[in-house]
Design a protein around this ligand. Structure first.
Ligand SMILES: Cc1cc2nc3c(=O)[nH]c(=O)nc-3n(C[C@H](O)[C@H](O)[C@H](O)COP(=O)(O)O)c2cc1C
Length: 276
């Protein structure tokens, strides 16, 4: 974590170029008579002032060489071969593998601000079973009172709910790792910040030979099941749930591309875009 820039700033190295003030996203760095001044009250700790300083006056580590980064082709290959995982091997990721997976959270610059992100990790052969138990208890009650029957008739989900009640797990699918991504409430970057963190972990997992599944169902169910909650994340906002583990089946074919639309607009002519 970058501490408040003034604490790191070595004025004797500064040439007064103004890069820090020009790039500061929150107005915490400003130029005053050719010298930067910092306002801790608005600093979000993003580190841009130091990262772009031509004199490294904030004393940061040198950036990686561009040549070491994922090539455009490499990243495309990662994106096209990554598939969500719904069948897992019994192998449970080790502490080291989990550390390697999650340490990328310290380098997700878009989310790097003072709000932070908290990931609650459930790991083990029975991680998903513990979460499914209260859901099954609820379905037991609903079945006894005839609600499942009615619901099934109305929505066509009767068979599905009955299978869940009897032990199937279409929610977590027996994943050996379940990650809940939380951010503090009331921050403007809140929800997106947690999603960026989870997305980065998703690609990191792929690059390590692991797989993930975005779990929108668990995210929706989360507010309903108090037993899923932990005092350690009380008051925080859940933004994403990711299941993870090693896939027991690998994709053999590429999925067809998703359809997407790009609306290109000329800068001076808004609203007259061409779409393709
Ligand atoms: C926000 C979000 C929530 C999702 N929730 C679920 C889910 O609860 N269960 C599930 O099986 N798939 C879920 N998916 C996965 C999608 O179904 C998945 O993106 C789709 O299968 C495309 O396949 P891919 O992940 O292999 O690219 C979710 C995806 C997103 C983006």
């Amino acid at each position: 974590m970058i501490s408040f820039p003034e604490e790191r700033f070595r004025r004797e190295l500064c040439t007064g170029c103004g890069t820090c003030a020009a790039l500061c996203p929150s107005g915490a760095a400003a130029m005053d008579a050719g010298s930067p001044v910092f306002n801790g009250g608005t600093c979000i700790g993003c580190g841009h002032c130091g990262v772009f300083c031509p004199e490294n006056a904030f004393g940061l580590e040198a950036a990686a060489e561009k040549a070491d980064m994922a090539s455009p082709e490499g990243f495309r290959a990662l994106a096209t071969t990554r598939r969500s995982v719904r069948k897992y091997r019994d192998k449970i990721p080790s502490d080291e593998q989990m550390n390697e997976l999650l340490s990328i959270l310290g380098q997700t610059p878009t989310g790097r601000n003072s709000q932070g992100v908290t990931v609650r990790v459930l790991r083990g052969a029975d991680a998903s079973e513990g979460l499914m138990a209260p859901l099954r208890r609820l379905l037991d009650i609903l079945a006894r009172t005839g609600v499942t029957f009615l619901l099934g008739k109305l929505t066509g989900t009767g068979d599905y709910l009955e299978r869940v009640r009897k032990g199937e797990d279409p929610v977590f699918r027996g994943a050996p790792v379940i990650m809940f991504f939380f951010v503090p409430r009331g921050n403007i970057t809140g929800r997106a910040d947690g999603i960026i963190a989870a997305t980065t972990v998703m690609y990191r997992a792929s690059s390590m030979g692991m797989g993930t599944l975005w779990n929108g169902v668990a995210e929706k169910l989360y507010p309903l099941f108090r037993s899923w909650h932990s005092p350690s994340t009380r008051g925080m906002r859940l933004t994403a749930v990711l299941c993870a583990g090693y896939a027991s089946i690998e994709p053999l074919q590429k999925a067809p591309e998703r359809e997407y639309r790009v609306i290109s607009e000329k800068g001076t002519d808004p609203g007259r875009g061409s779409s393709c």
